[in-house]
Design a protein around this ligand. Structure first.
Ligand code: DGL
Length: 256
């Protein structure tokens, strides 16, 4: 019985391809685990939807993952975590771990400048983010980035249009000394290279994936659910947005 429990896959979901930035860290750290990734691209973006809409979509995504008999669920979407982590934890029969903007970590890396917290409008407006800011936000500039995830969904990670987007987005921070940029949406690590050109040289980048990994490990450890060392790990990709989206996920997963 215990063997079977340990062999069950780990479910990971996002509104689209962004959660692949989390999945690749999880896979690297847990090579014996099987992962089922679900990108809800047909309903993306989540970041401009109401809390109720995101809760409903997150519940549907979790149900889909539970149909694979997953042993844990990782919400690889900051927006969905902010809206639905409590609701999913209450209704799922397995541990639910959610990613959130790494403002606290960024604060520890800050020198004498500011922390730029980039996230979806939904995350920035959320109560969960307000709580993070209350504790760690003294030097933080919250930056809602409506429209940015769509570049990644199109596979556009470096283009004139993306640079024009960053120019416009960051025009009011030109004179700020940004020490650390928080990638508070799981799509954003994929546009980090393009973003570098728009921030002060030497600015650092952080995201919440390592904390998420840590929390997943703790949950697996607590319930004795780690796959055995001889187990063959792997990834299966699913999308509500069809084959093109799955191809893009695979490409992003293989990106160095
Ligand atoms: N990748 C998601 C996040 O981490 C959200 C993108 C969206 O659907 O707006 O917040």
């Amino acid at each position: 019985m215990t063997m079977d429990k340990k062999r069950r896959p780990i479910g990971v979901f996002d509104s689209g391809v962004g959660g692949i930035s989390v999945l690749r860290e999880l896979r690297r750290a847990l090579p014996n685990e099987q992962f089922i990734y679900y990108g809800d691209g047909i309903n993306a973006p989540y970041g401009v939807k109401t809390t109720e809409e995101v809760i409903a979509l997150s519940k549907a995504a979790a149900e889909y993952l539970l149909s694979f008999d997953v042993k844990a669920i990782v919400i690889a979407c900051n927006t969905a975590t902010a809206a639905s982590h409590a609701a999913l934890s209450a209704c799922c029969p397995v541990p639910v771990i959610g990613i959130e903007p790494a403002v606290a970590l960024a604060n520890t890396m800050r020198k004498d400048g500011k922390v730029l917290a980039m996230a979806t409008p939904g995350t920035i407006k959320s109560e969960r983010f307000a709580n993070i800011l209350r504790e760690h936000g003294e030097f933080c500039i919250p930056m809602p980035c409506g429209g940015l995830m769509e570049f990644v969904e199109r596979g556009e990670v470096d283009s004139p249009a993306l640079h024009a987007y960053f120019d416009e987005l960051l025009k009011d921070c030109k004179n700020e000394k940004i020490d650390v940029a928080v990638m508070g949406c799981t799509h954003y690590p994929f546009v980090k290279e393009a973003l570098k050109a728009h921030l002060p040289e030497g600015a650092l980048f952080v995201d919440g994936s390592m904390k998420t990994l840590q929390q997943l490990k703790e949950a697996l450890e607590k319930e004795n659910l780690f796959a055995d060392e001889e187990s063959q790990g792997g990834v299966a990709l699913y999308s509500s947005a069809g084959e093109d989206s799955i191809r893009l996920m695979q490409m992003l997963l293989d990106m160095p």
